[in-house]
Design a protein around this ligand. Sequence first.
Ligand SMILES: *[C@@H]1O[C@H](CO)[C@@H](O)[C@H](O)[C@H]1NC(C)=O
Ligand SMILES: *[C@@H]1O[C@H](CO)[C@@H](O)[C@H](O)[C@H]1NC(C)=O
Ligand SMILES: *[C@@H]1O[C@H](CO)[C@@H](O)[C@H](O)[C@H]1NC(C)=O
Ligand SMILES: *[C@@H]1O[C@H](CO)[C@@H](O)[C@H](O)[C@H]1NC(C)=O
Ligand SMILES: *[C@@H]1O[C@H](CO)[C@@H](O)[C@H](O)[C@H]1NC(C)=O
Ligand SMILES: *[C@@H]1O[C@H](CO)[C@@H](O)[C@H](O)[C@H]1NC(C)=O
Length: 820
Amino acid sequence: MDMETEQTKQMQLQALIFLCTITVASSDILPGSALHASEPARAWPSPNNTFSLGFAPTKPTTNPPTFVAAITYSGGVIVWSAGHGATVDSTGSLQFLPSGNLCLVSGSGIVIWESNTADHGVSSASLDDFGSFSLKTGNVSVWSSFQNPTDTVLPGQNFSAGMVLRSGSYSFTLLGTGNLTLTWNDSTVYWNRGVNSSVDGDPWKISNPRQVLNFSVKLSSPTLGLQSIGILSVSDPMLESPAIMAYSSDYVEGRDMFRFLRLNGDGNLGIYSSARGSGTATMTWAAVPDRCQLFGYCGHMGICYYSEYDYEPSCECPSKNFEPVDENDSRKGCKRKVEIRDCPGNYTMLELNHTQFLQFPAQDPAEASGSQEVFAASSSSCQMHCFGSNSCVASTSMNDGTRHCYIKSLGFLGGYSALMLPSTSYLKVCGPVLWNSPNNGKTKSNYSRLSVSVLILLVLASLLGFLMFQGGLWLWCRGNGAKFGRPLPCYALLEYASSMPVQFSFKEIRRSTNGFKDRIGAAAAGGFGVYYKGTLTNGTVIAVKRLEGIERGEKEFRVEATKICCTHHLNLVRLIGFCSERTNRLLVHEFMKNGSLDSFLFTAKENPGKLLSWNKRFAIAIGVARGIRYLHEECQEPVIHGDIKPENILLDESYNARVSDFGLAKLLSPGDNTGPASPSIGGTGGYLAPEQLANQPATPKSDVYSFGLVLLETVGGRRNFEVLAGTDGRKFSEWAREEHGKGNARGIIDERLLEDDWNAADFDQARRVVAVSFRCAQEQPSLRPRMGRVVQMLEGAMEVERPPPPPSPKSADELCLFLT
Ligand SMILES: *[C@@H]1O[C@H](CO)[C@@H](O)[C@H](O)[C@H]1NC(C)=O
Ligand SMILES: *[C@@H]1O[C@H](CO)[C@@H](O)[C@H](O)[C@H]1NC(C)=O
Ligand SMILES: *[C@@H]1O[C@H](CO)[C@@H](O)[C@H](O)[C@H]1NC(C)=O
Ligand SMILES: *[C@@H]1O[C@H](CO)[C@@H](O)[C@H](O)[C@H]1NC(C)=O
Ligand SMILES: *[C@@H]1O[C@H](CO)[C@@H](O)[C@H](O)[C@H]1NC(C)=O
Ligand SMILES: *[C@@H]1O[C@H](CO)[C@@H](O)[C@H](O)[C@H]1NC(C)=O
């Protein structure tokens, strides 16, 4: 009996010990354990094997092999590594010492990395099924891989202000304001995104409009988190609900996908998706979609570009005056063959067309002012300013209407070259310039030599020469164009000589628009064609207009399209290029994230989030006026828009007004290309000037009339031809004109504006805009001011000219007729 009890007891004890061993082995690791690089198959797994901590060979494999101590997701995707990817050879080990310290130790006993937890009384360690490895005192975690991330954030991990992800010289941080930043060399911030602009730059897209109001609230302790369904958001006690920063392209779909956020070796922040066991991950969102915009992608003085049909950026040196730092890795950057200091007074400026040096203010203001200057200048004076300055190394001149000239004098130079970039850069080199051999699909560069003594002479001579060359080329092209039908090579030359737009092939456009799938702006119908959204190989989002009803021949189309392309202004939508093949005529524009003004002015009732503040409306009014002034008065050849209406006023991501669809009437009308647009083409009822309705040709003054109606709508928030209740069936414009005459400007203003913090200064501005709108919408063209004066009146630089007395009943009738 006694013996039997003894035996049972012993068996029970054995079973207990056995059970204990199982528990310890499956979840907790005890101090004194170690993993060895020589046995990579041995690892510490998480309870259900989703993650494991162990040695993984580095990729690409080296000889002899090296290893990192890493937490990997099922299949081998590394999500954390000891010492930020520190490598050991096969004699290395990861030691969980009896003191409680976790150390990565090389074969010779050198501690490469440690957790610094020796005196915290650590009693065990474990890896959980979310991928966090923690060192614990009892049940309390004193150190965890989630608190000490390397380059990756996993779902369930809280990334708070003060934490850093690092990859090479790049780092990612969350600021106390909730901003996400990417920084190069701990000095240059090249990406900075605040909580109130979601990934597509549209604060209104954030589900709850109340939330938008909260964004001006100061955050107290923001944390960034990735939801397992692929949504990246910032949470804070001050926010009612998390502010969404990004969606992965496959979010919500594919619930079995494992997603993570990573700062990759290129310096891009991305959301990745990985299927269990696959060992590979695909990027499903990128902070910087255009990889050439990643600071330092091609190293110091390297130029980043996309060769045709290639999504991978390539790097090369600006000219043969430079050589790669590393022959085998073009991304390491370039160095000069002869330093500038070794050729005093005998250097020249290398001219790089369609190229910019990436400009990001450094965080340290002292460095910022030392290394970069910005001012407005023509491109030739931008070049000469750098040539004449001892400290200047390079300059970039923007041809986008701003005429900004950036001077770079010290520090890092990162170049980006693409046909669609509206900028020219100049780089100081010791002469003579040695060409890069011609490169397929690559932006061409040319150079000009300058020498102090003959500077002025050369400038004059080259100006003359250029004019003659261009003139000759035009004549030659025009002559040959007809003969050969498709004057392609000649056209390319012309394009090159005058920084002209890109000519796309139809195939290329079909590919970038995904076969014309994504139609945009249904409201813009009737304007000669339909817009489609697309993406170019470098990630630029474009709006492609497929024109209908073309009567012009291919050659004339090219000439007209080229003219439009040359109109660069901040308040005009830029035409990047065009395509003219057989019967296909397409225009490729920049894509404007916020769509057209009408959707903000007239549909706001169902969507109160879309209400534009008075400040924004006023800025838009002035922006549109400047854009039209540029078309009328500052272009080489005046451009009459002919169809000004809210649908043709687009808003970019910062709500800058950008006039679109200009020059189209001329592009489409057959025959003579010198006369003004024929009124039968283009123009939209409700916005046409009386003379356009009477079939007279459109003039700049007709644009002024249409613009006047747009101004009124911007203040009033309703269509000029809308009939309001209680106004005796009169149209809004008509009623407003009378109220304005009576001095009741307040009644005209959109009542939704009057609700919030409307003040006296706003009221003055609004009254001025109303007065200008009626000055513009005069029936008599000769009574309407020029666009230049309109801008001055809006800006307040000029008194609004006294409007003529309210129209007599007769002319009011006529006006009524015209507006019908
Ligand atoms: C492992 O555990 C995690 C967390 O509980 C869970 O999300 C995951 O689906 C589990 N995986 C498997 C294969 O059971
Ligand atoms: C992250 O933060 C949330 C909310 O503050 C908290 O519930 C959760 O436990 C935290 N997760 C980790 C891994 O610390
Ligand atoms: C990075 O910054 C350090 C100082 O902050 C500077 O000395 C170093 O030259 C920089 N690296 C490059 C490549 O410019
Ligand atoms: C935060 O990001 C926004 C852009 O989204 C930027 O305008 C703002 O200056 C940033 N704030 C800080 C403190 O960097
Ligand atoms: C976004 O936040 C900035 C400051 O962080 C504020 O100035 C701006 O008005 C906010 N924009 C919106 C649309 O809430
Ligand atoms: C200046 O450069 C030219 C080559 O472009 C060279 O022939 C000439 O000797 C140089 N002059 C001086 C003073 O270095």
